[in-house]
Design a protein around this ligand. Structure first.
Ligand code: NAP
Length: 306
């Protein structure tokens, strides 16, 4: 996606005396996507399970692009290709404005399997290229084989860059050794208020090595803190003082770091506007400390994933 071609669009943002989740329209902030040289919107949209949502999904994806949330994350696995077809339908007349991401399943990640999987994804999506292609998670295929296929796809113009997902630090170190420095665009990992383990290692490592970190399931999928829990109460308190919503506060907390991108999934336009409204909410140090104390980061034995 070229930054120059990206259409400027506007959405809810700061209002006098605080933050307003809808009325004022502001430009979607972008930031460098690792060291790729591409600027990507800090809030995009995920698509897992969109095959259940029918036309609402298409409408919401189109609106996401119009509002500047042009980072669309999908995968061959989602709905066995059906979600890629939904995305393709939504973006066919806006392809150049989209930062389009898909993923190859590890069971397809041999050299030939990766090439074939990518060609299927391109067909499903109705496009000739992906902006980013990810290895969905790691299994037994040697990384060198999958990355050799990614190199071929880059050389053929079928993908513009590649990255990984659900890689822990050991995997990242090996991946960089195999691919070469500066070749891996990002690591897409689980990151939400109640799962902050990547703050200990993945986030600082990726920043040092020029890789973006994409936060998946930024609302914990179905596990967002209930308004009646102590954490939910804390989020509501901060949200009310900023004329925002608890979900916007939660997303803004993740996005406080300069190398993070979030891809909340929704097939509901009002929720989409709420989610992208978080992109212009800057929490102050006191608010960040309060959230940090309420949802402490915990170390775990292995990288959590869904
Ligand atoms: N790389 C990986 O292994 C991996 C794993 C998981 C996810 N992902 C990617 O990350 C994306 C996001 O993660 P996710 O889908 O697991 O979970 P999520 O974005 O944390 O949460 C999605 C859920 O929250 C609801 N929701 C969204 N915005 C809302 C709002 N403002 N108010 C109330 N509810 C709201 C959605 O329902 P509605 O649609 O009904 O609004 C949906 O049920 C995925 O869609 C996928 O693209 C990648």
């Amino acid at each position: 996606m070229s930054t120059k071609k990206a259409k400027k669009s506007f959405f809810g943002g700061f209002a006098p005396g605080g933050f307003s989740c809808y009325p004022m329209r502001m430009e979607m902030p972008r930031r460098p996507f690792g060291s790729t040289g591409v600027e990507v919107p800090i809030v995009g949209i995920g698509t897992w399970m969109m095959e259940r949502d029918g036309d609402k999904a298409v409408e919401t994806l189109r609106r996401a692009v119009d509002e500047g949330a042009t980072h669309i994350d999908t995968a061959e696995m989602y709905g066995s290709g059906e979600v890629e077809r939904i995305v393709g339908k939504a973006i066919h007349d806006a392809r150049d404005r989209v930062f389009l991401v898909s993923k190859v399943m590890p069971s397809n990640a041999t050299y030939d399997g990766t090439i074939r999987a990518c060609e299927r994804s391109l067909k499903n999506l109705g496009t000739d290229r992906l902006d980013l292609y990810l290895l969905h998670w790691r299994e037994s295929t040697p990384l060198a084989e999958s990355f050799r296929a990614f190199d071929k796809l880059v050389a053929d113009g079928k993908i513009l860059r590649f990255g990984v997902s659900n890689f822990d630090i050991g995997d990242m170190e090996e991946a960089e050794r195999v691919a070469g420095k500066g070749r891996i665009a990002c690591n897409q990992v689980l990151y939400h208020l109640q799962e902050r383990m990547i703050e200990f290692d993945i986030i600082p490592w990726c920043e040092r090595h020029g890789m973006a970190v994409v936060a998946y399931s930024p609302y914990g999928q179905g596990d967002f803190p209930s308004p009646h829990s102590p954490g939910g109460w804390r989020l509501r308190e901060i949200a009310e003082s900023r004329k925002a919503t608890p979900r916007q506060v939660a997303l803004a907390f993740l996005l406080r770091q300069k190398n993070i991108f979030a891809i909340p999934k929704t097939s509901n336009v009002d929720r989409l506007l709420e989610n992208i409204g978080a992109a212009n909410l800057r929490l102050n140090d006191e608010e960040i400390r309060a959230i940090d104390a309420t949802f402490p980061a915990l170390r775990r034995d292995s990288l959590p994933m869904l």
